[in-house]
Write a protein that binds this ligand. Structure first.
Ligand SMILES: NC(=O)c1ccc[n+]([C@@H]2O[C@H](COP(=O)([O-])OP(=O)(O)OC[C@H]3O[C@@H](n4cnc5c(N)ncnc54)[C@H](O)[C@@H]3O)[C@@H](O)[C@H]2O)c1
Length: 313
């Protein structure tokens, strides 16, 4: 089934992630069943969907006249079997507990026709090691970010038996939903973003525990440095602007080595200053590359100041 054929989706688990994911499908014109174990959870989810939709309306992303139509596409249900009838794509968003997910996968595998993709929103579990499904080719991870109705990224992660077609269809469907899919070639714990975020969290915990800096000053430091650069150059191209020779020297001074960076330095690919680093700058001169960077940094700085980003919320 192609992504354009998806007319009915199913989201299992109507918590923080599930309710917002259901809203994404509904906004894209796709009917969506939203299943949870109890009516209370579903009532809460529908309330959160309404307030999420309200924020989108206030921001001018959704027309006020569309509210009823979008909400009308979402069908809360406590009966998984009934809700699974005729669905084309499934999102699993139940708690991060292997036993709970395992049971849900098995039921979904029994209830849904084989062409239906089952996409787990796990934050980092190796679901492929414990899922008991007869058709593992349709099982994959599609990892969204809170709140899914606003944050664009969805990491798409295949398991060892996931069909390549399921991966490409899921990525294409995410694009149809207005999301930005990034496809990994295989499972790695915590995928991309949480792997990086976890390392940041460990550093923050160390600083908080050290008493060497006030908590607010950690945020002030990050907002006034990485906060301006990361949206423009990410965490990889940033290395090109530092200079990979310097990156290597700094790592050595901490007692680390990295073959990937060392290889780049050895071949003379040092970053923007040599026109090639981890990125290839297509023969452009260093000054031209830096001018493109600086223009974006300056615009970012203005935007962040304009929305008061340097003050705590
Ligand atoms: N919260 C986040 O920031 C975030 C981000 C990305 C991924 N995730 C992942 O998404 C998944 C859901 O997280 P969440 O934050 O929405 O959790 P949550 O606790 O807010 O929601 C989970 C919902 O699933 C329901 N549920 C439990 N068992 C069920 C079952 N058998 N059938 C149907 N519904 C069932 C619960 O009643 C609850 O409403 C987890 O795997 C989590 O790791 C969370």
């Amino acid at each position: 089934m192609g992504p354009e054929d998806v007319r009915k989706a199913l989201v299992v688990g109507a918590g923080a992630m599930g309710n917002s994911i259901a809203l994404v499908f509904a906004r894209a014109g796709i009917g969506v069943g939203l299943v949870d174990v109890g009516r209370d959870a579903l009532d809460r989810a529908m309330g959160l969907i309404e307030s999420g939709l309200g924020a989108l309306v206030d921001a001018g992303k959704v027309g006020r006249g569309e509210i009823g139509t979008v909400l009308g596409r979402i069908h809360p249900d406590t009966d998984l079997e009934a809700a699974a009838q005729g669905v084309d794509f499934v999102v699993e968003a139940v708690p991060e507990v292997p036993e709970v997910k395992k049971e849900v996968f098995t039921r979904l595998d029994e209830l849904c026709p084989e062409e239906v993709i089952i996409a787990s929103n796990t934050s980092g579990l190796d679901i492929f090691s414990f899922a008991e499904v007869a058709r593992p080719g349709r099982l994959l991870i599609a990892h969204w970010f809170l709140p899914p109705h606003i944050v664009p990224l969805v990491e798409v992660v295949p398991g060892p038996d996931t069909a390549p077609g399921a991966v490409s269809s899921t990525a294409a469907l995410m694009q149809r939903l207005g999301k930005v899919p990034v496809v990994l070639k295989g499972f790695t714990r915590a995928f991309i973003v949480n792997k990086i975020q976890n390392m940041i969290a460990l550093a923050v915990f160390e600083l908080l525990g050290s008493g060497l800096v006030e908590p607010q000053d950690i945020d002030r430091a990050v907002k006034n440095s990485l906060g301006i650069r990361l949206p423009i150059v990410g965490v990889v191209q940033n290395l090109d602007f530092t200079g990979l020779d310097l990156v290597l020297d700094v790592m050595k001074s901490y007692g680390f080595m990295n073959e990937f960076i060392a290889g780049k330095v050895e071949e003379g690919s040092l970053g923007a200053k040599t026109g090639k680093g981890i990125y290839d700058y297509g023969g452009r001169a260093e000054a031209e590359i830096l001018a493109g960077r600086d223009r974006r940094y300056l615009e970012m700085l203005d935007q962040l100041e304009a929305i008061g980003a340097f003050e705590p919320i």
